[in-house]
Design a protein. Sequence first.
Length: 133
Amino acid sequence: MNVDTYLEFLRFALNDDRVVPDSLVNINWQALLRFAKEQAIVGIYARRILFDNDKLNDCKWLGNRPNEDNVMDWMGEVAKLRKRNHLLFEKSADIAHRFNNDGFDCCILKGQGNALHYPMPELRTSGDIDIWA
């Protein structure tokens, strides 16, 4: 595993103005997925790899396009992220309504509260629900 390569690709994934890094030719897509899962950043990479990949298509992935199995593995992880976020958005709303019905003003904080500021909120790696009452 070459962490420097993964971090360079992460910088590219986070910044729409960055050029495609030359290190793309060395990326092992399965190993990158393992790294992304370990670091809870699958959605950041997936956004660039699967959904917003115009620059990657323009440079023809520098000859290192993920194969069909790689894409299916990434899509599976994205499906898990979307499912978990959908559940947590519903639970957050339910909890906030319960607090309000019991007479408490409240606000969903941090992760789920800030998710709407993400380019693709459904790809954010979620955790617990933080609420201020």
